[in-house]
Design a protein around this ligand. Structure first.
Ligand code: XMP
Length: 515
C-alpha cells in the first residue's frame, strides 16, 4: 500500500521542522524539501498535499526564493503559510507589499468565511501567531478573502475549486490557538488523507523491511546507551536477533552507573536477542587524557580513541554486511539534505562513513523520525522509560563537563554530584520540564570550612537550560529550595567538593556544555 505523503517546501522559515511535526501529529507522514527541489521530483513524490513554509525574504524582490507556478496547476492541494502565502499570491497575480504596521505576536483573526474547509470547527475571532513585515494587499484573481485582522486585510484567502489556500499566520506554532485544527483540516478535509501514519505500524513496517534487506547478513551497531542508538539497536534486534552485534565502548566518561545500566538492558542478562560486547576502556582513555587541559584537544583525543577502540573490536568481529547508524530526521534536515533553513551544522552521523570498519552498506532505521517519534518508537517496542526519556548526553561524555585535566578522581566527583542533582530534580518533579540539566566540575579550588577544619576543594557548577533546538538556550529557573537541597547534599556527600555554583548564563554567550 502506498504511504500517504504530505510535503513541506521550505523557504527558510524558522518553523520548517515544526510544520512537518504538526502534520505527523495528525497521523500523516510528512517530509521537508528545499524550495530548490525540482518540480519533476515533486511530481514523482506524488504527495497528497503541499505546504509552503514561511521565510525571511520579500517575495517581490528579484533574488528571493521562489517556485515554478506550475506547482499550483498539478491538481494537488497547496497551503501557503506566511511567506508561502505571500509567494502564492504574488505568483498567481495578487499583490504583496511592505505593510505600514509590522504584525508580530498573538493577533486576533476575524474569519470571514466560516464554512471554509480550513476553518471547520474554528470559532471566530481566533488567536493566531503573526510574524511578518510584508502583507498581502490584494488576493490573486480567483481567490476570495476568508479572514482578516485589524491591520491586515487578507489574513487568509482561498481558491476552493483549485484547493489552494493562503494563510498569513503560523498555524504550526502553539500560540495559534486552533492551529493544529487548521492543519488537520487541510491534510484530512482538503487533501483527503486518512491519517494512517502511526508509530506501531511504522515500527512493524521497519522491522519487516530490515529483515528483508539484511537477509542472513551480519550487522554491527555502535551502542552508546543514548536514545537514538538504543532504539535503533532494539529495532534491529527485533528484526534479525543474533545476526546483530552491538559494541558498547565504556570510555569511563559516562554518568554514574550508566555503563552497568546499559549492560543490564542489552547484555546477556537483558531483554534482547543480540550479541553484546562491552569494552571497558576506561583506563585507556584516562591515560590518553592525562595532563591535557585544552577542551578541543580533549574532544579530539576522546573521539580518536573511541574510533581506535571500536576499530579493534570491529576487526575481531570481521567483515560485516551492514553498519547501523542512529541518524534521525533533524540530522538530515540540518545537514542540508532535506530542507532549506538548513545547513546549521554538519552532522557527524550524516554523509561521513567510517572507513575503519569493513562493511558494505549503512542501515539508518530512524532516519525518517523526529526525536519525539524516536521516543514513541522506543516505548512502542517496550524499551524502559528511563532510557527512552534520557537527557541528551554528548559523545565525549563527562570529558566536556570537567574543566581542565580529566582524571579518574574528578570523573568520580562529577558523577556523584550529577547523580545527586538528577535525583533531586526528579524528586521535585521538575525533570520533564527542563530541557537539559547536569552537574559539571570547575577547575576552581577554594577555601572552605567543614567540621572546624579548613578545606581547599573543588567547586561544582550546576547547569539547567530550557531550549527548543539546543542552538540557543536560557538558564532554567530552579526553585531555591531545590538548589539548597542539592547544594547541601553535594558538599556533604561528594568528597573534595566544598562549593556549589549555579550557572545563570544563556546560550549565547555560553554554550550548554561546560568545558
Ligand atoms: P553546546 O554545548 O554546543 O551543546 O551548547 C548543544 C547540545 O549538543 C550537545 N553536545 C554534543 N553532543 N557530541 C554530541 O553528541 C558532542 O560532542 C557534543 N557537544 C555538545 C550538548 O549536550 C547539548 O545538548
Amino acid at each position: 500500500m502506498k504511504r500517504e505523503l504530505v510535503i513541506v517546501i521550505d523557504f527558510g522559515g524558522q518553523y520548517n521542522q515544526l510544520v512537518a511535526r504538526r502534520v505527523r501529529e495528525c497521523n500523516v507522514y510528512c517530509e521537508i524539501y528545499s524550495y530548490k527541489t525540482d518540480i519533476e521530483k515533486i511530481k514523482e513524490l506524488d504527495p497528497m498535499g503541499i505546504i509552503l513554509t514561511g521565510g525571511p525574504n520579500s517575495c517581490y524582490e528579484a533574488d528571493s526564493p521562489t517556485y515554478s507556478r506550475e506547482l499550483f496547476e498539478l491538481g494537488i492541494p497547496v497551503l501557503g503559510l506566511c511567506y508561502g502565502a505571500q509567494l502564492m499570491m504574488h505568483l498567481l497575480g495578487g499583490r504583496v507589499e511592505r505593510a505600514d504596521v509590522r504584525e508580530y505576536g498573538k493577533t486576533e483573526v476575524m474569519i470571514d468565511k466560516l464554512e471554509s474547509k480550513i476553518f471547520e470547527e474554528v470559532v471566530s475571532p481566533t488567536i493566531c501567531w503573526m510574524s511578518h513585515f510584508d502583507s498581502i494587499s490584494k488576493a490573486a484573481p480567483g481567490f476570495e478573502v476568508t479572514a482578516h485582522t485589524a491591520d491586515c486585510p487578507v489574513a487568509a484567502a482561498e481558491n476552493g475549486a483549485k484547493r489552494l489556500y493562503a494563510i498569513q499566520y503560523h498555524p504550526e506554532v502553539l500560540h495559534t490557538a486552533e492551529g493544529t485544527k487548521m492543519l488537520s483540516n487541510f491534510v484530512h478535509g482538503v487533501c483527503g488523507c486518512a491519517g494512517d501514519w502511526r508509530m506501531d505500524s511504522f515500527v512493524e513496517e521497519s522491522i519487516r523491511s530490515i529483515r528483508e534487506k539484511v537477509g542472513d547478513g551480519k550487522v554491527l551497531c555502535a551502542l552508546s546507551g543514548g536514545v537514538d542508538s538504543s532504539v535503533a539497536a532494539v529495532m534491529l534486534s527485533k528484526a534479525i536477533g543474533s545476526q546483530l552485534t552491538c559494541v558498547f565502548v565504556d570510555h569511563g566518561l559516562l554518568r554514574k552507573n550508566e555503563g552497568d545500566e546499559v549492560e543490564e538492558v542489552f547484555g546477556p542478562e537483558g531483554n534482547y536477542d543480540l550479541n553484546f560486547v562491552r569494552v571497558n576502556a576506561q583506563q585507556r582513555f584516562y591515560e590518553k587524557l592525562a595532563g591535557v587541559t585544552e577542551p578541543e584537544e580533549k574532544r579530539k583525543i576522546i573521539g580518536e580513541e573511541f574510533i581506535r577502540v571500536f576499530e579493534e573490536e570491529a576487526k575481531k568481529i570481521g567483515a560485516v554486511d551492514f553498519l547501523v547508524q542512529g541518524t534521525i530526521y533533524p540530522d538530515i534536515v540540518e545537514s542540508g539534505l532535506g530542507g532549506e533553513s538548513a545547513v546549521i551544522k554538519s552532522h557527524h552521523n550524516v554523509g561521513g562513513l567510517p572507513d575503519y570498519v569493513d562493511f558494505k552498506e549503512i542501515i539508518e532505521p530512524l532516519r525518517d523520525l523526529f526525536k519525539d517519534e524516536v521516543r514513541k518508537a522506543g516505548l512502542e517496542m517496550g524499551i524502559p522509560e528511563y532510557l527512552v526519556f534520557r537527557q541528551p548526553f554528548p559523545g565525549p561524555g563527562l570529558g566536556v563537563r570537567i574543566v581542565g585535566e580529566v582524571t579518574a578522581e574528578k570523573v568520580k566527583m562529577v558523577q556523584d554530584a550529577d547523580a545527586i542533582y538528577r535525583e533531586e530534580i526528579q524528586n521535585a518533579g521538575l525533570d520533564k520540564g527542563i530541557g537539559q540539566y547536569f552537574a559539571a566540575l570547575t577547575n576552581m579550588r577554594s577555601v572552605g570550612v567543614m567540621g572546624d577544619e579548613r578545606t581547599y576543594d573543588y567547586a561544582v557548577a550546576l547547569r539547567a537550560v530550557n531550549t527548543v533546538d539546543f542552538m540557543t538556550a536560557e538558564a532554567a529557573e530552579i526553585p531555591w529550595s531545590v538548589l539548597q537541597k542539592v547544594t547541601s547534599r553535594i558538599v556533604n556527600e561528594v568528597a573534595h567538593v566544598n562549593r556549589v555554583l549555579y550557572d545563570c548564563t544563556g546560550k549565547p554567550p555560553g554554550t550548554i556544555e561546560f568545558e
